[in-house]
Design a protein around this ligand. Structure first.
Ligand code: E4P
Length: 211
């Protein structure tokens, strides 16, 4: 499983990138709004910094509007992935992008049929939102298992991004259940690197070395 970072904050992206683990970045309108910057300028900065896929989301709700916005975003850099919401209009747009060879990430996936339809429309990635399902008392990780099983059974090449990741267990389990990618906030990336026995071990080695 690869790691993407889920943020539009440049400092956070730099910090994660320096660890050498980043394969891409996902943003969404809420994350970009927090930054108070010009959207296209920020996407350009991120795409120049990280060589992997950089998801930039369209705002329009109709397919034609999504396609127009997406084509403009795709001009920013070769590594831009157009993030499209999982709606009927979104599927039409994904199909149009796929015919033009433009990568897409279908977001706000909450069920297996949505995932299957997005894959059939030609999505490069789909993003099941684990945390938001957990928030309403449904099992987000079970959705990841179901999608991976079905995509494998039907030889679908669309990659599964475990999204809305809230804590390290989401990451462990998404990897075990076969997600290709987890898009993770910096806070969780930092939690993943830590183990108290690692810290204790370093302290003990240094103490022994000092003797
Ligand atoms: C994924 O691409 C989304 O940006 C993100 O994971 C949403 O996470 P949230 O539910 O914590 O907002």
């Amino acid at each position: 499983m690869k790691f993407f970072i889920d943020t539009a904050n440049i400092d956070e992206i730099k910090e994660a990138h320096e660890l050498g683990i980043l394969a891409g970045v996902t943003t969404n309108p809420s994350l970009v709004a927090k930054e108070n910057v010009d959207f296209h300028t920020r996407i350009r900065e991120i795409a120049a910094l990280v060589p992997g896929s950089v998801s930039a989301e369209v705002i329009a709700l109709d397919a034609e509007g999504m396609i127009q916005e997406g084509l403009e975003l795709a001009k920013i850099a070769d590594n831009i992935t157009i993030k499209v919401p999982m709606t009927n209009e979104g599927l039409k747009a994904v199909h149009a992008f796929s015919e033009r060879g433009i990568q897409t990430n279908v977001t706000l996936i909450f069920s297996v049929p949505q995932a299957l339809l997005a894959a059939r429309a030609g999505a490069t990635y789909i993003s099941p939102f684990i945390g938001r399902l957990d928030d309403i008392g449904q099992d987000g990780l079970a959705l990841v298992s179901d999608i991976t099983e079905i995509f494998t059974k039907h030889a679908l090449s669309t990659q599964i991004i475990a999204a809305s990741v809230r804590h390290p267990i989401h990451v462990n389990e998404a990897a075990k259940r076969g997600a290709h990618i987890a898009t993770v906030p910096l806070k969780v990336i930092k939690q993943l690197t830590k183990h108290p026995l690692t810290d204790q071990g370093i302290e003990r080695f240094l103490a022994d070395w000092g003797k």
